[in-house]
Design a protein around this ligand. Sequence first.
Ligand code: BTN
Length: 265
Amino acid sequence: MNFNGHTLADSLSGELIGNQVYFLNEVDSTNVYATALAQKGVPEGAVIVADCQTKGKGRLKNRAWQSPQQKNLYTSIVLRPTVEPSVAPQLTLAAGVAVAEHLSTYCLEAVTLKWPNDVHIRGKKVCGILTEMRTTGGKIDFVIMGIGLNINMRKKDFHEEIRESATSLREETGNDIPRVDFAVSLYQSLGKWYERYKREGFTSIKSAWLEYSGIKDRNIRVNCKEEVQEGKVLGIDDYGALLLFDNRRKTRRILAGDVSLVGNK
Ligand code: BTN
């Protein structure tokens, strides 16, 4: 099946995520495009997909998301949740769970979540999630959930500086993956977890996230700018912060940083 807007829209008809599909052969960033559409009032569940991006945005400032054509999935989803803006990071964690669950159907027991927004296969990054939000009068107007997923890229295609730390589904399974089927099932998984989140709240997402991360009770190091913190992970709180029991026996909330495991349990 061709990777285009018609095939995606046909396969997603009747679903919440994908009730409208905007397919672009090329765009600067699907998150930027989705923001403009959301400001014009497109409904919750509208999906923007691009075959390539010229300015794919990464989470860290000045970090671009490599987005070559005909290889991967670059998508942004418009959501309009009725939760407080302060708990919006829960949505990034929910998206991570949905992506991890879907990828696990290709690579059983090899998929992990890395706080706050990365999905790994066998320790290498396969997916990044960039959630952006607009508020009006203290309420969420919309959330843009941007997902970049390396599907059919080969190792040689990655920029040299990330070649050893990044991977694709093609590299991990040895097979080329049809992008339409992959994307449709991913949107269904995202829809399932988002509906659950709206119905039941964050509890089941939190436990699924901790399960996929394997990080609870592990000793970690967090690098954030000049600061390095170490301690044992107690869990995550309702604001998406990592809870760390540090060497001075104090519980710290970690809001940003690069996490690595230290030693054993
Ligand atoms: C990260 O740094 O890990 C987050 C990367 C997010 C990349 C995706 S690709 C689709 C969407 N559009 C963007 O410009 N960025 C996100």
